[in-house]
Write a protein that binds this ligand. Structure first.
Ligand code: PSU
Ligand code: MN
Length: 307
């Protein structure tokens, strides 16, 4: 039964109905994670990368109170171009729908929409997670718990390195979210190929990821969400020493300026881009491109295995 709160585009609908591969894409990275106007070009490029692999992209956002799964050209332009566009986690969806608001969806907002639309694979840059200083602030992204409650495979370059990575991995374990390293025994570090933390399971091909997803399907809830941790290639990572230096500065500034809540992640990403003179942005983009491409291959392998 289609969920009446989601509006699935005709193209995505027909792909889903015919069992063709579909990849959900989030829009917060476009609206709040990347600088304008380059973000629009990136939004289009990510959709093209999905298509090149023979899958259909379904970018998710709320436009005038409509939870859209699959955006047209104008929808993408609004998400990328409107500086007043909101950031919507899954808890924000109902108020946004009820008030006719517009906003970009985070990982949690997108994963929920994907689940309701029947999309099994999702790509992003880096997940949200447990922030450094969490014992004081209790700042843990809603991404983690939402993932535990729905059945999507999220291809990401780990969690953002601005976070407390070991604490985030511990939360994923507590919440029962599956984690596999793609071609690695280490959890990636978003801008960095490795966070230095080990992962318990590694897979090397899209077919192996699809096989894990099928096993999850057979087991059923609550064993149905999977983090596919796909490292940025070493040649494209941010230089680790530079990363550590600028991150320390950005974190200090966030604390000094009293940045809290939803503003923390965009603030830190923007400062890192500034202090690395764009190098962090390039590493972020390399990671996202790799994730989107892998997600499309995974979606194709999963669809083929079900056919
Ligand atoms: N990945 C990126 N850039 C981003 C994000 C992910 O490469 O900006 C976004 C995602 O939408 C994620 C959000 O859900 O950051 C986390 O925000 P918060 O920490 O406020 O939950
Ligand atoms: Mn937060």
């Amino acid at each position: 039964m289609p969920n009446s709160a989601v509006e699935v585009s005709a193209e995505v609908r027909s792909a889903l109905d015919s069992g063709a591969p579909v990849v959900a894409l989030e829009s917060t990275i476009i609206a709040h994670g990347l600088p304008r106007p380059r973000n629009l070009a990136v939004a289009r490029e990510l959709e093209d990368l999905v298509r090149e692999q023979g899958a259909v992209p379904a970018t998710v956002a709320v436009l005038d109170g409509r939870l859209c799964v699959g955006l047209d050209k104008e929808g993408l332009e609004r998400i990328a171009g409107d500086p007043a566009i909101r950031k919507l986690g899954h808890r924000d969806l109902a108020p946004a729908l009820a008030t006719g608001a517009s906003g970009a969806t985070t990982v949690s907002g997108t994963a929920l929409a994907a689940e309701k639309a029947g999309i099994r694979v999702f790509a992003t840059g880096g997940l949200g997670g447990v922030h450094r200083g969490w014992t004081e602030t209790q700042d843990e992204s809603a991404d983690l718990r939402l993932l535990a409650e729905c059945g999507v495979a999220v291809v990401c370059a780990g969690v953002k390195s601005i976070l407390d990575v070991p604490a985030t991995l511990q939360r994923l374990e507590t919440l029962g979210v599956g984690v596999v390293g793609y071609g690695t025994a280490h959890f990636p570090g978003f801008y960095l190929s490795s966070s230095g933390e080990p992962v318990d399971w590694s897979v090397d091909t899209p077919e192996e990821v699809a096989a894990v997803m099928r096993a999850q399907d057979r087991l059923g809830p609550p064993c149905t969400s999977l983090v596919v941790a796909n490292p940025v290639p070493e040649a494209e990572q941010l230089e680790p020493a530079l990363h550590d230096r600028v991150l320390a500065r950005a974190l200090q500034e966030a604390e000094h300026e009293g940045v809290t809540g939803q503003a923390v992640t965009p603030f830190l990403l923007e400062r890192l881009t500034r202090y690395t003179e764009g190098a962090s942005l390039e590493a972020n983009l390399a990671a996202v491109r790799g994730n989107v491409t892998l997600a499309a291959r995974v979606a194709a392998a999963y669809a083929a295995a079900r056919a």
